[in-house]
Design a protein around this ligand. Sequence first.
Ligand code: FAQ
Length: 312
Amino acid sequence: MTSFEQHFEDKINNEVNIEPRDWMPDDYRKTNIRQISQHAHSEIVGMLPEGNWITRAPSLRRKAILLAKVQDEAGHGLYLYSAAETLGITRDEMIEQLHTGKAKYSSIFNYPTTSWADMGAIGWLVDGAAIMNQVALCRTSYGPYARAMVRICKEESFHQRQGFEILLSLVRGNATQKKMAQDALNRWWWPSLMMFGPNDDNSPHSAQSLHWRIKRFSNDELRQKFVDAATEQAKVLGLAIPDPALKWNEERGHYDFGEIDWEEFWNVVKGNGPCNKERLDTRRKAWEDGEWVREAAMAYVEKRKNRSQKAA
Ligand code: FAQ
């Protein structure tokens, strides 16, 4: 082991953050670029399923809240792209990887939002699953990623509560509204469990990422924490989780739950989910439509630079 490698390992073992100018192994850099950029893409693509309901929110208050939430996701994407840029990749390169399908984004955002109750289910379950993962990432070993996560988690927790509150209103409503809430839970439950990634035995990156403390818990550990928390929350809502195998296990001190449909998961990850094509087409179109904005912004920067050079 070289002295650089030793110094790096010592920092990891002593819980000292790795910072952009520090020496780091190439694979540590690559793994962080992969994870942070995929996370950023998830936030940006994740705006689309809920964005679909902004014009159809049932009241002005609901509309304002949803609008703020979707804008928060855009902000999260931008913090994360900035964190990834500190590792030596440009934003254009990351966007290119998303648009060509080279980079992944979370499987969850390839499912359609067919009713208003889905806004509740996304906030409660999708943001709930995201928080379970992201609270742990506040202690990830790469400094800029950890700091971005602290800020993001504060907002995600508001998102989770607003989703839960939407469902609470629906279950306190009439029979049709309660049915809408149950239907949304039925459709979003299993895809939410898939967000945590493959089982530990089939997760090629986990061992190294856990060693480097990029990940603080394994995929299965986080999934179990989520099932335990969400099951209790479903009781408060009076909704039934669509899993006949879900049962408290006294010995383990956790809920047992049924097998995830991994064929469906990999199918979605490989680009064949219900909305993969639509999501990427929308992102590519937004990029093309926004070209004039980027050009105008850059022209403004150039103009200011020229002006300050002349003044100097
Ligand atoms: N979807 O070896 P592992 C949010 C891929 S943010 C798609 O276990 P790793 C906020 C994985 O990339 C949600 N692909 O990989 C919000 C790898 O492929 P690769 C996003 C997945 O990295 C809420 C391969 O499978 N959160 O929701 C998925 O160690 C509401 C092997 O897997 C984050 O990104 C999946 N679900 O662990 C926004 C958190 N799972 O790269 C709007 C940060 C796995 O070799 C509305 N990321 N894959 O081609 C992580 O914690 C990790 O990257 C995991 C995967 C846990 C996602």
